[in-house]
Ligand binder design. Structure first.
Ligand code: ADP
Length: 260
């Protein structure tokens, strides 16, 4: 079997593939501060979920912000390569992947085999990342998981003029105090993220079909704002947060299939 372990800034993910490349099990736990321990924990859980022992592992690839801490990994690969490979496995036609995680966002263009052609990444600033939405969810007193659905009640979009998360948060507090409807504020925030990510699209170029990965892809209002901004539909896998770990597991399997 083949294991992919993705130690992200917020969540650690593990995906186990069988010899045929089918997902046998997956696990997700908070990253915490001890990445080496969480890498072992996510591995233990994913193996237990599949009912197998570590001896079954033919190959393991580590990825994500904390990939250096995946002691078991025979190889460590960037999230960019892994998200492209994982998206290719789920949406084989896709040529562009937008990955928005907890602390960064990436725009990745790839070839017909899921290999990276070009990419842009924002990891300097919380705006345009999951962290931005977490801060705003708190300011709005809307649970993060309900932010996407909240937009269904929007009658318009509040204009968020500050790019910086800290200033945008003050702006949101001001809008609430001024009586702006919360769904309209959420819509405005999603548009602000789409603007930010759209700027990366201009650098890398967009090749359809598109897919979106990472935890923020669970927020359908962000997906809709990006579709509007780019003028193209975006496919979202059922468990988008696991795509990096899935790609890592596929890369572990590819290495054996390619005789590497
Ligand atoms: P990382 O790899 O950096 O840990 P993830 O890809 O796991 O990041 O994504 C984490 C982000 O996903 C969080 O910042 C949060 O904004 C978002 N997120 C997680 N769960 C949900 C959910 N149920 N609905 C909407 N957004 C979510």
């Amino acid at each position: 079997m083949y294991l992919g372990v993705d130690i992200g800034s917020l969540a650690a993910k593990g995906v186990l593939l069988d010899a045929a490349g089918t997902v046998a099990a997956w696990a997700l736990v908070p990253s915490g501060f001890d990445h080496a321990r969480v890498a072992e924990e996510v591995t233990r859980r994913v193996l237990a979920a599949a009912g197998v022992t570590p001896e079954c592992l033919v190959g393991t690839v580590g990825t994500g912000y904390g990939r250096a801490s995946v002691a078991r990994a025979g190889r460590r690969v960037t999230e960019i390569t892994c998200h492209a490979r994982g998206a290719h496995a789920l949406v084989p036609a896709c040529r562009t992947v937008i990955d928005i995680g907890g602390q960064d966002s990436k725009f990745i263009r790839m070839d017909e085999r899921g290999r990276v052609v070009d990419f842009a990444m924002n990891d300097r600033c919380a705006a345009g990342t999951g962290r931005f939405l977490e801060v705003m969810a708190q300011a709005l007193a809307i649970p993060l998981e309900q932010m996407g659905a909240a937009v269904l009640a929007a009658t318009g979009a509040a204009r968020i003029s500050n790019v910086c998360t800290v200033f945008a948060e003050s702006e949101v507090v001001g809008l609430i105090a001024g009586g702006e409807a919360r769904p309209n504020i959420v819509r405005g925030l999603c548009q602000a993220i789409a603007e930010r990510v759209g700027a990366m699209a201009a650098r890398v170029g967009v090749a359809p079909p598109l897919a979106m990965t990472g935890g923020v892809a669970q927020n359908l209002a962000v997906v809709a704002a990006l579709e509007e901004k780019l003028g193209l539909p975006i496919a979202v896998p059922r468990l988008p947060q696991l795509v990096g770990a899935l790609g890592a597991a596929h890369l572990a399997r590819d290495a054996v299939a390619d005789g590497a």
